[in-house]
Write a protein that binds this ligand. Structure first.
Ligand code: ADP
Ligand code: MG
Length: 437
């Protein structure tokens, strides 16, 4: 019995479609990979992904409609190369209908194994295997009940505190839906008679309500009962900076780049939707697990007007100055480009494994430091490519700073280059580390 393998991945004439060829037994199966309007890739009826690489990685773990999960790439085909050269002459007429799962015995009496994890390295959960990759409302049955305000009887608030802030505390809980119960994090507004506090929390809810992306903490809804409660999907791994402290030996740089790439994908989505976050920092990146990060805390976020590229704050407030671009502090102007500056500081926090930026300097001193053209140094473990990107995020003039589309692409290229280096090496999964300097 021949092992099935990925024969090739190649672009087709129709814009945005790719062919995936798979040999199983003596038969070659061709699958069409298409891209939807939002740019996501999938095989027919399969799970959708932001990039081809993610789709291929997923199909190595799960058949997801293929006759078998992908095993080995044949020489000359590269799963990560999005424009791999054809290795065999092909004609569209050779495309067969994609098959769904095969449950019956084949003619040779062989039943394909169910998709399973191939090697210990592949045992790590991928974002798409978790329950928080897609919205709980992506099920049309559940969508029928989607409303901003949730019924208190469907919400269980446990006496477990996940975190706290000025507003009150974040508690663990369970929300009952039509077909399932989901773990949730509940931001509970401390007893306050101030209408302003309630309004502020409702503004945060209104922003989150408009967002739906795998790399952003989703709002499930709001519940007004014993207190005003903001019910969110759960990211139980806690904030990124706390997770990384003291883990230089345990968490390789490739893992840090993986998480930062996910943050870049979430921020690219926000940029496309014309939202500014205004509080991007490692403390507001929460982990679902070691390989899956989500952006959270939309307390300062704003939706920009259709024709606006920035938001001007009426007055300065309690601001995270060390994460703010010069134009935020000087002119109270906030844009996706100022979020890019904060992303650079978040990168620095992550590659320094949870250190505090600008050491003991105070916020206003940081602005002087920046004005003098100085920038934080490259953290010891940080690869030069990543320091170069964070330095570009700290371009003084916002017009000259890269946008998230560029940042995401550079993060992706770097992270994938590590992944493909690891695939090419005999010890698959061991990603080569490159240190600065
Ligand atoms: P603040 O506006 O006070 O910074 P955050 O939204 O950042 O509030 O939440 C504070 C803390 O609560 C976080 O650092 C985290 O520990 C916890 N928390 C918040 N949201 C979630 C969530 N969705 N899942 C798990 N923990 C969360
Ligand atoms: Mg926060």
């Amino acid at each position: 019995m021949m092992e099935p393998f990925l024969s090739r991945l190649r672009p087709r004439k129709e814009q945005g479609t790719y062919a995936l060829s798979l040999v199983y037994g003596k038969t070659v199966y061709h699958y069409l990979i298409s891209q939807d309007k939002a740019g996501k890739f999938c095989i027919p009826e399969g799970t959708k992904f932001d990039t081809l690489w993610q789709l291929v990685e997923y199909l190595k773990l799960k058949a997801d409609g293929l006759i078998y999960r992908l095993k080995e790439a044949c020489p000359n085909s590269s799963a990560s190369a999005e424009a791999a050269a054809p290795t065999l002459p092909a004609h569209p007429s050779t495309f067969t209908q994609p098959q769904r799962r095969v449950d019956t015995l084949n003619s040779d009496g062989y039943t394909p194994e169910p998709a399973r994890v191939a090697s210990p390295d592949k045992q790590r959960p991928m974002p798409m295997d978790t329950s928080v990759y897609e919205s709980p409302y992506s099920d049309p049955e559940e969508l029928k009940d989607k409303k901003l305000f949730l019924k208190r009887e469907n919400l269980l608030v446990a006496d477990i505190e996940l975190g706290c802030g000025n507003f009150g505390s974040v508690r663990q809980g369970v929300y009952r839906m039509r077909k399932k119960q989901i773990d949730v994090a509940i931001k509970v507004l401390k007893h306050s008679t101030e209408k302003a506090d309630k309004d502020e929390m409702m503004r945060e809810a209104q922003i989150m309500h408009q967002l739906d992306n795998p790399y952003i903490v989703r709002l499930i809804g709001v519940c007004q009962a014993e207190a005003l409660m903001l019910v969110m999907e759960m990211a139980s791994g806690g904030p990124l900076h706390k997770f990384l402290v003291g883990k230089k030996e345990e968490i390789p740089v490739s893992n840090v780049a993986e998480l930062l790439h996910q943050v870049a994908m979430g921020m690219k989505y926000l940029e496309e939707k014309n939202f500014v976050h205004r509080d991007l920092a490692a403390r507001n990146v929460l982990l679902v697990n070691r390989h899956y990060a989500k952006i959270s805390d939309f307390g300062l976020s704003k939706a920009l007007g259709a024709d606006d590229s920035y938001y001007t704050a009426r007055s300065a407030g309690k601001w995270p100055l060390k994460w703010y671009a010069p134009e935020c502090i000087n002119f109270r102007k906030f844009s996706s480009r100022s979020d890019v500056w904060s992303y650079g500081v978040t990168m620095w926090e992550a590659f320094s494994y949870g250190q505090k930026p600008y050491k003991k300097m105070k916020g206003p001193e940081v602005l002087d430091f920046i004005k003098q053209g100085k920038r934080m140094e490259c953290p010891p473990e940080c690869p030069p490519e990543m320091y170069s990107l964070m330095s570009d995020c700290w371009t003084y003039k916002w017009e000259d700073r890269p946008d998230f589309q560029t940042v995401e692409q550079r993060m992706r290229n770097y992270y994938y280059s590590l992944a493909s280096r690891a695939e090419g090496s005999p010890q698959c999964g061991q990603v080569a580390e490159v240190a600065c300097g």
